[in-house]
Design a protein around this ligand. Structure first.
Ligand SMILES: [Zn+2]
Length: 119
């Protein structure tokens, strides 16, 4: 079970992480470089930049996924259902939540259950 202090710590951590990810997402949207590079260079470099674009998109997808999970964690904190494993309904260890405040499974269940990600 989480103490009140621990819950507060985790909420602060989750909010800070969420802010950071949102700031990153915003910076990326207004980054004009990705477009400009495409115009100025030849075909091979353009393939490179297309690959980079794929990498960037993948990173962006996983970031959006994390934003979603953190929002979900904050919603659960409001509800008071935060920190309980969705697999076995036991409390998730504080150390684990400290690492990943958006965790919805305890260590044992995360090894047992494959959480579908993204899409
Ligand atoms: Zn569990």
């Amino acid at each position: 079970m989480l103490s009140v202090d621990e819950q507060i710590e985790l909420e602060i951590g989750a909010r800070a992480e969420l802010e950071k990810l949102r700031a990153e997402a915003t910076n990326e949207e207004v980054d004009p470089q990705a477009v400009a590079v495409d115009v100025a260079i030849g075909r091979l470099s353009r393939l490179d930049s297309m690959q980079m674009e794929e990498v960037r998109k993948a990173a962006s997808r996983s970031r959006n996924q994390r934003i979603h999970e953190l929002q979900e964690a904050l919603r659960k904190m409001d509800e008071g259902s935060y920190g309980i494993c969705e697999g076995c309904e036991e409390w998730i260890a504080y150390a684990r939540l400290e690492q990943r405040p958006e965790a919805i499974l305890c260590g044992a269940c995360s090894k047992r259950i494959q959480v579908p990600r993204g899409r």
